[in-house]
Design a binder for this molecule. Structure first.
Ligand code: NAD
Length: 239
């Protein structure tokens, strides 16, 4: 029970990595609020669903009021909601670029603008931003996604400094997953997935629980001296 009595928010918590993290955090004693635009694909007595588009800053502010009225605090924030709209750069539309930035980058900012300062006031908190191997190394056909996920790393390092500057025990880290078998991978052709597996040292793709285990570590007090870091959980992949 590594998260006993903690209140944890997981964006994009309806399925995939968000589901794995929500269920694992709940198993370790946290009260989890899974935020998503779609309904949860599972049910768990300690995972509450809240419908929210993280790209809408007014709705995120209302969600903050809801959380602090109901729970009085937020100990853990996982900014996990994310999307792809892939295209080669010469063919990428304004809409594809802007949508990915608005969810993957601005959505992370919207959530942290509400919860980061409250954690600072409370003197305690762990923020975990889900970046990507693509944000670290770049990828063909994903300039928008790479920009958003590299931007998340910049915000992570800024917030690690900003929220701790007055001595609060608030940590902020990023996880950069490699290719993990979730719905997001359904648009990637089978031969490319095989190629991605070959690019790892372990010669396989990852499973959602392997990201959830890393998030549990960063969320818990076992990572009490870890902040401003990017934890690459990718089987030793180099793109
Ligand atoms: N699966 C991978 O291989 C992989 C690799 C690296 C990084 N990531 C990142 O991990 C995160 C989770 O990915 P996943 O594989 O579980 O994808 P997924 O598509 O299975 O789940 C993403 C969830 O985010 C939700 N979501 C999307 N836009 C939202 C919004 N505006 N507001 C609230 N919720 C929203 C979706 O409804 C969905 O439930 C994403 O940020 C993704 O970029 C995934």
């Amino acid at each position: 029970m590594r998260l006993q009595n903690k209140v944890a928010i997981v964006t994009g918590g309806a399925k995939g990595l968000g589901q794995a993290m929500s269920e694992l955090f709940a198993k370790h004693g946290a009260k989890v609020i899974a935020v998503d635009m779609m309904d949860l694909t599972y049910s768990h007595p300690d995972v509450e669903f809240y419908k929210l588009n993280v790209a809408n800053s007014d709705d995120v502010a209302k969600f903050g009021e809801y959380v602090f009225t109901k729970y009085g605090k937020a100990d853990i924030l996982v900014n996990n909601a994310g999307i792809t709209r892939d295209a080669m750069t010469r063919k990428m539309t304004d809409e594809q670029f802007d949508l990915v930035i608005s969810v993957n980058l601005k959505g992370v900012f919207n959530m942290t603008r509400v919860f980061g300062p409250k954690m600072e006031e409370a003197g305690y908190g762990s923020i975990i931003n889900i970046s990507s191997v693509v944000g670290v190394y770049g990828n063909i056909g994903q300039a928008n996604y790479a920009a958003s996920k590299a931007g998340v790393i910049g915000m992570t390092k800024s917030w690690a400094k900003e929220f701790a500057r007055k001595g609060a025990n608030v940590r902020c880290n990023a996880i950069a997953p490699g290719y993990i078998m979730t719905d997001m991978m359904k648009t990637v052709p089978e031969d490319l997935l095989k190629k991605f597996a070959e690019l790892t040292m372990l010669k396989r793709l990852g499973q959602p629980h392997e990201i959830a285990d890393a998030a549990l570590y960063l969320a818990s007090d076992e990572a009490s001296y870890v902040t401003g870091q990017v934890l690459e959980v990718n089987g030793g992949m180099r793109l």
